[in-house]
Design a protein around this ligand. Sequence first.
Ligand code: OVM
Length: 407
Amino acid sequence: MTNLQSIGDGAPLLIPKVDIDPFEEQFLLNPYAYHDALRDPGPVVWLSRYNIFAMARYEEVRSALIDHETFLSGRGVGLSDFAKEEPWRPPSLLLEVDPPLHDRTRSIMQSVVSPASLKTLEPVWTSKAAALVDQLVKQGGFDAVSDLSEAFPMLIFPDAVGLMEEGRENLLVYAATVFNAFGPRNRLLTESMNTAREASAWVASACKRENLREDGWGAAVYEAADNGACTQEEAQRLLRSLLSAGVDTTVNGIATVIYALTQFPEQWKKLRENPRLVRKAGEESLRWDSTVQTFFRTTAREVAIGDTLIPKHTKVLLFLGAANRDPRKWENPDRFDITRNTSGHVGFGAGIHQCLGQMIARLETQFILSALVEKCQAIIVDGPVLRRANNTLHALKSLPVRVTPSS
Ligand code: OVM
């Protein structure tokens, strides 16, 4: 181990420097073109555009995610360091906190979105997925993003939370801003912030107790507060987490698996022959094209990665999407293969912060895929596939498809 020495820009000497901007539009639209350049130089690299450390190999990304005592979330999981800059909104009590607070809030929310509550929602979600897919298949062609991948979560998720009807369209606007806000203050974030003022106000109001139905997850969070698990103010902010993380993620998760199946028709065929593979298809899709591409952590202490010492109190960018395609870990990583063993993928993160809503996301994806494989023989792209640049999400804007109904 060689000592770390600083030079003018703060970069340690023994670290490969990479000049790529992972938040520039070209990168965000196709991150996979750049991942080798981030993974190959070493287990940790210096991003000279931002003067930060970054890790993009599976081993290091996963190790950092599970080591929450070294790699903190409490100073924000975006580029902005909450110890130095005022956060754009009050920090999330789940995502942007460390234990012990994290463990208290996490267990509250875990009991709200419990397997038991999902079990009762399942029949409604299944029939709504079937009805929506049925209607779209009858049309013969549709936009798999707006008509299906956005439409379905919007049909079921706000109802499950018990949100007011009025203004639900603000959810996607707000979420896009939340995920842009993990990146630098680039054009994407600035423009997003301008459109989000109204959406933020709507979300704040939608999270208030008096605006919630009495039978949803939202009311359940407030009941936990009544029982002493948290304050009423904490309840409102915990509910905000569901609205922040629960829609744009599943929208793009669903859109991506449909896109993947159009790009790998032999996998579609395999899925039709064995519809029980829907669960594996969803998982492989998250590995192959992770919806959440990146998150930051902040070091709590000096930490050695290979020959590099990362100083304490330093931001480190973790490339989940690159880890999930690291050839050091995955055989033929660019191949979408629904029968592969995806165990250990970090598409939902890993460790104590691992996606709270992962069962919700899995179910939504499975219900849509099950309906699609049952009702269509074939699904093909029928127009330009458009992406939407976001500082954190690998997102689709439009996926026009044509379908052949099952005979
Ligand atoms: C939150 C939050 C927001 C965005 C993402 C997320 C992936 C959580 O407000 O807690 O988890």
